[in-house]
Design a binder for this molecule. Structure first.
Ligand code: NAP
Ligand code: GDD
Length: 356
């Protein structure tokens, strides 16, 4: 279906996991895609390398902390759709740099919406905001659009500001702006500092004899993990609706970090024997007795979201969206991609193909 034959989209955060996958998805639908990249001394375009030769894909410099650069971009491009995916997206790091997180994730969103308002683009632009299940904090599960938001990290409070700004601009100015409240979604191109990719990379490296042991933080915390390729389609589906609204995207299943570790080693036929508790908990190779997993409190956070489990029934009912990829297939895709990378195939294109 090429409904977007003459449409254009601006994707902020295009160099990240979701941005790269969404850009490919939109190009496949016939969109012209403008990707916002921030300046960096070193190349950070690995995930979108193959898109650079596509004439329908263009990169533009701007920064979420620089309102002038965003206004100039909006004025020049006048896109039909904006997907605001750019963020300082690491929850633990946001405790170290809360002001920056607020600036990029909170004020950055406000700057884009002000641009739409002031430049008179409100009747032509549809706006998607990458809101997060992290905003629920420790609100009881399952969480849906009606669940009270109780953020407990600087990242989450910044995202909460953006979430309410989107709602205010929708109600006050009639801007077609929607929040996607997305639960954790992963892929072979997930950033290596997030727990799933850290685990799958370590599992592949341990199998290859390149790493001894995986050091990890809170094993008890539970996440509703889906596959990013399913979630970028959901973003696009939200902007197909006549009326803007807010939607949870989730799988409706939750697993602990410990279960993710067990599943990842299991993909390579290694069974983990868990022993001990708290910071003394360790995971041993059930057959050889070798230590493979240990807890390191350096990875703990000042505050933790313990249990995320999403209820995406509104998205299913109104958008017709469901998470298609089961947990064990997601884990397998990621482990196998990291294993292939260690065998010399570390091309992001292979990862992206595995992610699609
Ligand atoms: P990601 O891989 O960390 O990508 C973040 C992107 O934002 C990167 O392209 C990064 O650019 C860009 N960025 C950071 N600071 C910027 C700035 N000052 N100006 C312009 N761009 C900037 O994140 P992701 O997993 O794809 O997530 C996409 C969005 O969804 C984020 O907003 C995230 O908070 C949100 N979200 C993610 C999940 C999830 O589970 N993945 C769930 C809910 C919500 P560089 O490449 O230069 O660093
Ligand atoms: N990163 C990391 N590293 N997390 C660890 C580790 C570790 O070594 N050990 C345990 N964890 C736990 C964290 O404490 C957290 O409870 C869980 O694993 C998931 O951590 P992350 O993968 O860093 O993701 P997140 O849930 O904090 O945040 C992600 O999902 C949000 C949506 O709920 C990010 O993608 C956010 O940008 C996103 O909004």
């Amino acid at each position: 279906m090429s409904v977007g034959a003459s449409r254009s989209a601006l994707v902020t955060g295009v160099t990240g996991q979701d941005g790269a996958l969404l850009a490919r998805f939109l190009l496949d639908k016939g969109y012209t895609v403008y990707g916002l990249q921030r300046y960096a001394a070193n190349d950070h375009t690995a995930r979108i390398k193959t898109l650079l030769s596509n004439p329908l894909f263009q990169l533009r410099y701007a920064d979420m902390t620089d309102g002038g650069s965003l206004f100039a971009l909006l004025q020049h491009l006048q896109p039909d759709e904006i997907y605001n995916l750019a963020a300082m997206s690491h929850v633990k790091v946001s405790f170290d740099m809360p002001e920056y997180a607020a600036n990029v994730d909170g004020l950055g969103t406000l700057r884009l919406l002000e641009g739409i308002r002031i430049l008179g683009l409100k009747d032509r632009v549809r706006f998607y905001q990458a809101s997060s299940s992290e905003m629920f904090g420790n609100a009881p599960a399952p969480q849906n659009e009606e669940t009270p938001l109780q953020p407990c990290s600087p990242y989450a409070t910044a995202k909460l500001f953006a979430y309410w700004t989107v709602r205010n601009y929708r109600e006050s100015y009639g801007i077609h702006a929607s929040n996607g409240i997305l639960f954790n979604h992963e892929s072979p191109v997930r950033g290596e500092e997030f727990v799933t990719r850290k685990i799958t990379k370590a599992v592949a490296a341990i199998e290859a004899g390149k790493q001894e042991c995986l050091s990890i933080g809170n094993l008890d915390s539970c996440r509703d993990w889906g596959h990013a390729r399913d979630y970028v389609e959901g973003m696009w589906m939200m902007l197909r609706q006549e009326e803007p609204d807010d939607y949870v995207l989730a799988t409706g299943k939750t697993y602990s970090v410990r279960e993710f570790v067990t599943a990842a080693f299991g993909c390579l036929g290694i069974q983990i024997d868990w022993r001990g508790s708290g910071t003394g908990e360790k995971g041993y190779h059930a057959r050889t007795g070798k230590l493979l997993v240990q807890v390191d409190p350096r990875f703990f956070r000042p505050n933790e979201v313990n249990h995320l489990l999403g209820d995406a029934s509104k998205a299913r009912r109104i958008l017709g969206w469901t998470a298609k990829t089961p947990f064990h297939m997601l884990v397998r895709d990621m482990v196998m991609a990291d294993r292939a990378a260690l065998r010399g195939n570390d091309d992001y294109d292979v990862f992206l193909e595995a992610a699609e």
